[in-house]
Design a protein around this ligand. Structure first.
Ligand code: PGA
Length: 254
């Protein structure tokens, strides 16, 4: 049975002091998630080292929000997989729609980043999702399939054991308008079918597919109850310990 992974994407929020406060509060609220639930927080780069120290004695795992496709070099402002590993990160979010939209990230670039992350021992949380006009045109499936094929190109079945896909409809991110559980389930199921075609059923059945886009304490349980929804990537609602802990608490025990 697949695990449920609830990850918090802090985006560009929280100074070091604010991060310490939030992590300490989270630790007191999320003491022992049941064995089939994994909790990950993805603070900004500047808080990773301090976060790793605070999470040492905790079940909460650490992730970053982005990573360079290069190993090292003259790339001002970039952060490499090796640097992330050295802070204690286990996960890295790749290809978030905000990276695609504001920083021009393409499926090809995200694919190269995913390969680097995997080779470096990080688990990539790779984001896909359609825009509002694409959903309205009825091309959600084509858009998401193209993204999934692009970001997973050249990966092995073995790599897929460490990959997480986050389905995040762009129109649902930060808008308060989540996809309905059935809308999300339909896309998740189609992603799983596509991965079965590209790799195998065994790979597809093991793949963790998170939903993201306005996940909140009051809609998390219904979303997470869907067969093919294996977790959540949470933005706004992960910025307070109370709401993030409440989302974690609504994950079904499978
Ligand atoms: P949101 O963000 O929960 O604030 O909609 C989700 C995300 O961007 O990962």
């Amino acid at each position: 049975m697949r695990k449920t992974i609830i990850a918090g994407n802090w985006k560009m929020y929280k100074t070091v002091d604010e991060s310490i406060e939030l992590i300490n509060e989270l630790k007191s609220r999320v003491q022992n998630p049941t064995t089939n639930i994994e909790v990950v927080i993805c603070p900004p780069f500047t808080s990773l080292v301090v976060a790793a120290g605070l999470l040492k004695s905790s079940a909460i795992k650490l992730g970053a929000q982005n990573m360079s496709e290069h190993d090292e070099g003259a790339y001002t402002g970039e952060v490499s997989w090796k640097m992330l590993k050295s802070t204690g990160c286990e996960y890295v979010i790749l290809g978030h729609s905000e990276r695609r939209q504001y920083f021009g990230e393409t499926n090809d670039l995200i694919n190269r980043k995913a390969k680097k992350a995997l080779a470096g021992g990080l688990k990539p949380i790779i984001c896909v999702g359609e825009k509002l006009d694409e959903r309205e045109q009825g091309i959600t499936q084509q858009v998401v399939s193209t993204q999934v094929k692009g970001v997973l190109a050249g990966l092995s079945a073995d790599d897929l054991k460490r990959v997480i896909i986050a389905y995040e409809p762009v129109w649902a991110i930060g808008t308060g308008k989540n996809a309905t559980p059935l809308q999300a389930q339909e896309v998740h199921q189609n992603i799983r079918k596509l991965v079965a075609q590209l790799f195998s059923w065994t790979v597809a059945e093991g793949l963790i597919i998170q939903y993201g886009g306005s996940v909140k304490p009051d809609n998390a349980a219904d979303l997470l109850a869907q067969d093919d929804i294996d977790g959540a990537l949470v933005g706004g609602a992960c910025l307070t310990a109370e709401s993030f802990a409440s989302i974690i608490g609504s994950a079904p025990s499978r």
